[in-house]
Ligand binder design. Sequence first.
Ligand code: NAD
Ligand code: ZN
Length: 266
Amino acid sequence: MSDAFGDAVRILSGSSRILAFTGAGISTESGIPDFRGPDGLWTKVDPEDFTISRYLANPELRRRGWRMHLEGRLWGARAQIEPNPGHHALVDLWRAGRLAGCVTQNIDGLHHKAGLPDAAVAELHGNVREVRCLDCDERWPTEEVLQRVEAGEEEPRCGSCGGIVKTMTVMFGEELPSGVLERAWVMAAAADAVVAIGSTLGVWPAAEIPFAAAKQGRPLVIINRGATEMDGLASVRIEGAAGVVLPALIDEILGNERPPRPTVPA
Ligand code: NAD
Ligand code: ZN
């Protein structure tokens, strides 16, 4: 492996609590496109369709969104997606007691599906597991709402107040879910090193977490395909696929410490 890999092993072996900061790139090997990568969604759809103002103003956009969820064409909800070796490696780190937390920009739920408990994950941009009424804040499991779409409601509304409903994912122009940024800062404060995986580190305020840690002098290891906005701040940068580099790195760091993975029933 490269010198960068050896440097990353040395840096992270000396760390007792590592913060993982993950972006869309950790999930591309599970079949979910990222936004800003070379084959990212931005090369195919209009980013404006992901703004809250357009969602509120355009019923056709909402109908299309529900249809896409129903057909499994949007990540999460009914899409048949599975965590990949990158997600599993972070679970190994957590089982070994070496993960301060996983702060993610992803909404696909794959860190949970891989086995990280709620307490170990801060989903900065929300998730697709639940739907929320934008007027009265009532909530339902997404699956329940999709069953209504399946039964013929093209654009399901809130049963209590008639308000517009939406998955609990953060669109451009929306606030982050309350409390989640605070939880992410608590995880960051407990960490003595950060590893950022599959993110351009260019979406704020999320990117402030690795930025602040690096500015405070904690080592920042970046694993990404392509440049990121914090390459200049990184202690080391590994160019490569998250699903290959991360498991290799974590295996090296844990060595004999690596706890056996439980067998998952087929
Ligand atoms: P991004 O799209 O800005 O950047 C992803 C980066 O990962 C790119 O530099 C890309 O080249 C790199 N990459 C892609 N595949 C990789 C791989 N296998 N290994 C290593 N690197 C890889 O992602 P972002 O910075 O996370 O921002 C996009 C925003 O959109 C996020 O904030 C998130 O909320 C949302 N998003 C989420 C998902 C998801 O939940 N899986 C998917 C797309 C977008
Ligand atoms: Zn309501």
